[in-house]
Write a protein that binds this ligand. Sequence first.
Ligand code: SF4
Ligand code: SF4
Length: 113
Amino acid sequence: MGIFVDEERCNRCGTADEPMCVRDCPGDLMFIKENGKAAIVDNRECWDCAACVKVCPTQAITMQLPTSLVVRGVQLRGRAMKHKTEWRIRLRDGEVKGYETPSTGKPPFVPSL
Ligand code: SF4
Ligand code: SF4
């Protein structure tokens, strides 16, 4: 899996001192390039947690879904809101499907290994 940043949409969170994707990535993988756009250090290190996807205020970040789950080219966008997260899946033919997940307001559960 992994993520993709649409540089046309990324505005560095407006004037934010610390862009949200940089702030929230648990793997400390997101950074701002010299051109002021966000990027990931190495997609092979991505945990696929979607924290950056949900928090981006311009929906500039998409998660590339694995071909084992769906056909190639399908992307997932998210938008975190106070009580829910809205998800949008764009299919290869351009059709967009949406669903919502409730927000618990609690930190994510991390299983011990
Ligand atoms: S959260 Fe979105 S708009 Fe903000 S820096 Fe990251 S990609 Fe750009
Ligand atoms: S999906 Fe999670 S681990 Fe991967 S870049 Fe985004 S916040 Fe970081």
